[in-house]
Design a protein around this ligand. Structure first.
Ligand code: NAD
Length: 248
């Protein structure tokens, strides 16, 4: 079950954290994975080389999802070169925290540009390829914060809630083409994005997680593999929560 042999997957922001875990998990199931990065070329190479060393198929691709023309061009080129595109994981995202009264307009714009516009550009370019093949899987990495909100994360929460609207809209638009579109809403996951939190903050968060532990990137990657698989063929427009019970 959940094998992905012969399929091509692109994972944005795949050089570290949740994206890296998704890339590695998809490759472990047999997919040829394209690890997208914007800055960390060395880290992306390390991920791809690790996959290849374990007998899998992987390569890297630089593009900034905040740059719509560059993103669409890169996805189109990858699909042409590899002859197909079966799975797209729109994972790239940024969080710039700040209390509402101090939030800067440029920081709102940056988050909207990468997290929302970037995701739409990825969906547009990948559905174009997938609709010709009449099959495809798109997975958006949203966040529990988009569902429940958080102090100091108004703009980030807005972008992650937007992804849920995007998921449901694209799912409806492409269901007739056999392209399924779903979102994952991770809870609190130990990655570079959350490393900056001090122990007191982490302790506070732990109290709100019924399963009593902070999540790992692999917890999210398992959900990603499921949604990418043939076994999830009847799932579309759904939000899969991977949050330890933090929000139910
Ligand atoms: P991370 O910061 O480690 O990884 C984010 C990745 O996105 C990085 O590789 C980064 O280079 C890439 N990226 C950023 N801007 C990009 C751009 N313009 N173009 C291409 N790539 C870009 O964070 P993470 O925790 O692994 O987060 C991955 C995703 O999961 C994000 O969308 C984040 O919002 C979401 N998420 C994280 C958590 C958490 O607790 N860590 C919880 C819920 C949702």
């Amino acid at each position: 079950m959940f094998r992905l042999d012969g399929k091509v997957a692109i994972v944005t922001g795949g050089s570290r954290g949740i994206g890296r875990a998704c890339a590695e998990a998809l490759a472990a199931q047999g997919a040829h994975v394209v690890v997208n990065y914007v800055k960390g070329e060395a880290a992306a190479k390390e991920v791809a080389e690790g996959i290849v060393a374990r007998g899998g198929k992987a390569e890297i691709a630089a593009f900034d999802v905040g740059d719509t023309p560059a993103t669409e061009k890169a996805i189109d080129e990858i699909a042409k070169r590899l002859g197909r595109l079966d799975i797209f994981v729109a994972n790239a995202g940024i969080a710039i925290d700040g209390l509402l009264l101090r939030v800067k307009e440029e920081d709102i714009d940056r988050q909207l540009n990468v997290n929302v516009k970037g995701a739409i550009a990825c969906a547009k370019a990948s559905t174009k390829v997938m609709m010709r093949a009449k099959v495809g899987r798109i997975i958006f990495v949203s966040s529990v914060i988009g569902e429940m909100g958080n102090v100091g994360q108004t703009a980030y929460a807005a972008t992650k809630a937007a992804l849920l609207g995007i998921t449901k809209s694209v799912a409806r638009e492409f269901a007739s083409r056999n392209i399924t579109v779903n979102a994952i809403t991770p809870g609190f996951i130990e990655t570079d994005m959350t490393h900056g939190m001090n122990d007191a903050m982490k302790e506070q968060i732990l109290k709100a997680i019924p399963l009593g532990r902070i999540g790992g990137a692999k917890d999210v990657a398992s959900a990603c593999v499921y949604l990418a698989s043939d076994e999830a063929a009847y799932m579309t427009g759904q939000v899969l929560r991977v949050n330890g019970g933090m929000y139910v």
